[in-house]
Ligand binder design. Sequence first.
Ligand code: FES
Length: 182
Amino acid sequence: MVSKRRATTKSNGHPSGDERYTMIDRTMKTFKYEKDALLEVLNTAQESFGYLSEELLIYVSQQLEVPLSRVYGVATFYHMFTFDPLGEHNCIICTGTACHVKGSDRIVQALSEEFDLLAGETTADGLFSLTTARCLGSCGLAPVIVMDGQVRGKETPEGVMRQVKETIFLSKESREVEAEAG
Ligand code: FES
């Protein structure tokens, strides 16, 4: 039976009007609101918002009718989830077995050294976050990264560094232009 809360959400959208919630709702619907879909739903929540806020965890808990303690438990168990807002740009590097074998750790290390960050952290200017994931589901393309939501495979430390630097450079430029324009 579909609960009143779910029915309300499905017909009206999230009260905040934030359309990213519809992506989460879609995933829950796909899995027929099964409690076992918790991990998938949390994944979608993080992909949609970039991190898991307390509000999101409460929302998922209510919608799947899973105790909040369990939602927190699953979210904190998996390394891929983050609870801090990400920077303007985010590079997720897969460190799962296939990607590890193909040298993903060297990519993490290169970015970590260049930007003086550990995985899970954001630069002080808020421009760049470095995160890691256990498997991004594209092992045949190892090593895999996701740069600002775009999946890219067969990457090298040099190639990723170039992409990240270019992206950050463009962001800095546009910040300067905005600052000059007042
Ligand atoms: S191990 Fe990296 S995509 Fe699966």
